[in-house]
Design a protein around this ligand. Structure first.
Ligand code: PGA
Length: 237
């Protein structure tokens, strides 16, 4: 069954997040949909949400600590307050805009792995690397797995080419096919695709071999659009 995930990034308030989650939860119940659905709200909108068991609320980020002096960060003390046990790690915006380096990403990964979190771990190449060819693209991606235990049972991967994120440019079916096939040959974990996924292209993307779901930003922020994509995913074997 395909997995559908929404990354809110820096969008929605506490109030609109609550409304959104309640609506998605009701939709899953009413339509009797059992696909795994993930929502990653902003840290300020995290809360104890009472949802169906296949709807997971996660944090977009947290530091590898329980608490301490890490200005601007949150740790597990803050996540435990709301029973959050799911985290997004390695997203390209954290790597390329916020400057997270692989060493720290691996420390974060290991910390949350030890605590049994469900981890959605993102990889993907920038445009100049893609333009250098497949060999360069794959070696760039393998470096993003450095220090990451790929046997971890609660691991979900996401391939998100940086040039396709928030740009409206979706990778072609061929681009997705070849990278997903290469990753799957090495790593036997669910593998999502992300990068300008929307209701109009989701069905085609989910039908590409080795695509186990989608991680969606922009097109997931309106609940009608997100539930439409959940519906599309629920109809695929
Ligand atoms: P996008 O973002 O759907 O807006 O391209 C995807 C992501 O960053 O996870």
């Amino acid at each position: 069954m395909k997995i559908i995930a929404s990354n809110f990034k820096t969008n929605h308030t506490r109030a609109s997040t609550k409304k959104f989650i309640n609506e998605v939860d009701s939709y899953l119940k009413q339509q009797n949909i059992n696909n795994q659905v993930f929502i990653f709200p902003t840290a300020t909108a995290l809360d104890s949400f009472d949802t169906v068991s296949n709807l997971f609320i996660g944090t977009q980020n947290a530091y590898f600590t329980k608490n301490g002096s890490f200005t601007g960060e949150i740790g597990t003390e803050q996540l435990d307050e709301f029973g959050i046990k799911t985290i997004l790690i390695g997203h390209s915006e954290r790597r390329h805009i916020l400057g997270e380096i692989q060493k720290d990403i691996a420390l974060k990964y290991n910390y949350y792995k030890e605590l049994g979190y469900k981890i959605i771990y993102c990889v993907g190449e920038p445009l100049d690397v893609k333009e250098s060819g497949l060999t360069e693209t794959l070696s760039y991606i393998w470096e993003q797995f450095e220090g990451i235990d790929l046997d971890y049972e609660n691991l979900i991967l996401a391939y998100e080419p940086v040039w396709a994120i928030g740009t409206g440019v979706t990778a072609t079916t061929d681009d997705i096919t070849v990278v997903h096939q290469n990753i799957k040959q090495k790593i036997n974990k669910p593998l999502l695709y992300g990068g300008s996924v929307k209701p109009a292209n989701l069905d085609e993307i989910l039908n590409i071999p080795n695509v186990d779901g989608a991680l969606i930003g922009t097109a997931s922020w309106e609940v009608e659009s997100f539930t439409k994509m959940i519906d599309i995913a629920s109809k695929i074997k």
